[in-house]
Write a protein that binds this ligand. Structure first.
Ligand SMILES: [Zn+2]
Length: 174
């Protein structure tokens, strides 16, 4: 049995399980679902939770600093494909004007957005779990509308990544 805490949230529409970087598990449930029902649903997803905890414990430390020029050459094209597919996918929802997409070899950032509506992404995105890739793509896409980190910006991110706060916390560890 994995220990977890259950929170009730009147705004939540369905049961949500979040696994945090430190291995803690939080289950958020709508008021209409009882604790007993929640425990039943969590039990059914136990193997998924274990996988998540495993995945998080294996993540490399300080990923951004680790790689060489050779890694860049080998992974640039793959990064480009991942980024393109995800930009196309999420922009079906946002429908923003996207300029050129660049893949760069950067030390300290995952992505950036220019005033000319160009989007830059770090090729090391290929080494991240998909949930974090999605978060980075949506984050930069949303900068096409808001060039800041205002509450309006985050509300826009949340439309596609409702648990962006968790993902943001995890990405800081890489
Ligand atoms: Zn940003």
């Amino acid at each position: 049995m994995i220990p977890y805490i259950i929170k009730s949230n009147s705004r939540s529409k369905s049961l949500r399980i979040s696994v945090h970087v430190d291995g803690s598990v939080v289950v958020t449930k709508p008021k209409r679902i009882s604790n007993l029902q929640a425990r039943f649903l969590v039990a059914r997803r136990e193997s998924w939770i274990k996988e998540k905890i495993d995945e998080l414990s294996k993540k490399p430390k300080k990923l951004l600093a680790h790689y060489s020029v050779q890694d860049y050459k080998e992974n640039r094209q793959k990064a480009y494909e991942i980024v393109w597919n995800k930009v196309l996918h999420y922009n079906k929802f946002y429908k923003y004007d996207v300029g050129t997409i660049y893949i760069r070899n950067q030390k300290t950032r995952w992505g950036s957005c220019s005033g000319k509506k160009n989007l830059n992404f770090n090729y090391k995105i290929v080494f991240l779990p998909e949930e974090l890739q999605d978060y980075i793509i949506v984050h930069e896409l949303c900068h096409l509308k808001e060039m800041n980190h205002s509450s309006r910006f985050w509300a826009n991110v949340a439309l596609q990544i409702p648990d962006y706060k968790d993902r943001r916390k995890i990405i800081k560890l890489y």
